[in-house]
Write a protein that binds this ligand. Structure first.
Ligand code: ADP
Ligand code: MG
Length: 259
């Protein structure tokens, strides 16, 4: 693996930066198929890391192991220095510290937009309804959807639903945000509004690991781009390094195929 970047340049902007996520030698098999083959990845607090790679390269599986949706077969994962792959950890407590948004809108269809946003604060953190609602409304206001608070998700466009899914994920102020191809099911005209919100989260200091096929977005928003192939990190560096001067043949092939 080639890593020329180290922690992103933005790390300098934040004082006392520490490692939010550390993936160490992670292996994962599905049956006999090796899907993650020794992943090592450190993500500094406030850093935005984009995972790129062909379909099937292991991006989603890596995000799912970090969120403890898939057990690792070997290696360790640390969230702010706590080994979350230790079998004794309370997986729900760990997941409560991580915000996740997937490709398909994962809003609860039977709950209003506001209830979607406030559910975790109320159920997991015991925040009182009125307080959760106030905070939820403020978040909806921030994305210009306060007027949809009492609507059900199916009244919203795909882009609006994904933005609600994002503010729902940050409503509990997670230590880490995992975004898995969050724009790939969207109509192209709706992609921009979702990406703008991610850029805003970056500006406000969120730590983000996102699998994306939006290379233009990865270039503009990520501090570091990590290219995976066959469950391995082939190359990693700043967007300029990986996109403009890839050192590995496989990275060059992958990027060439996109055009
Ligand atoms: P990506 O997100 O980069 O497209 P994935 O992590 O989804 O890649 O998949 C990596 C590999 O793991 C693929 O070969 C895929 O078919 C396989 N895979 C993913 N999930 C499962 C599963 N639940 N059972 C068996 N194989 C799986
Ligand atoms: Mg995937």
């Amino acid at each position: 693996m080639v890593d020329r970047a180290g922690p992103g340049p933005r790390a300098d902007r934040w004082c006392g930066v520490s490692t939010a996520l550390s993936v160490r030698g992670v292996h994962k098999w599905f049956g006999r198929t090796p899907v993650l083959q020794g992943i090592d990845l450190d993500v500094a607090e406030h850093e935005v890391v984009a995972l790129i790679g062909a379909s099937g390269s292991g991006k989603s599986t890596l995000l799912r192991t970090v969120n403890l949706l898939e057990p690792v077969d070997d290696g360790q994962i640390f969230l702010h220095e706590q080994d979350i792959t230790d079998p004794r950890v309370d997986a729900d407590a760990i997941r409560a510290r991580i915000g996740v948004v997937f490709q398909h809108y994962n809003l609860f269809p039977h709950l209003t937009v506001l209830d979607n946003v406030t559910l975790a604060s109320r159920k997991v953190f015991g925040v009182r309804r009125a307080e959760a609602a106030e905070r939820g409304l403020a978040l909806l206001e921030r994305i210009g959807l306060a007027d949809k608070a009492r609507s059900y998700p199916d009244r919203l466009s795909g882009g609006q639903q994904q933005r609600v899914a994002i503010v729902r994920a940050i409503a509990t102020e997670p230590e880490l945000l995992l975004l898995d191809e969050i724009t790939s099911a969207l109509d192209p005209v709706l992609v921009g509004e979702v990406l703008d919100l991610v850029r805003e989260l970056k500006e406000s200091g969120s730590t983000i690991v996102m699998a994306t096929h939006e290379m233009g977005f990865a270039r503009r928003v990520a501090d570091r781009v990590v290219f995976l192939a066959d469950g391995r990190i082939v190359e990693s560096g700043t967007p300029a390094q990986v996109f403009d001067a890839p050192e590995q043949e496989r990275t060059r092939d992958f990027l060439a195929r996109l055009h």
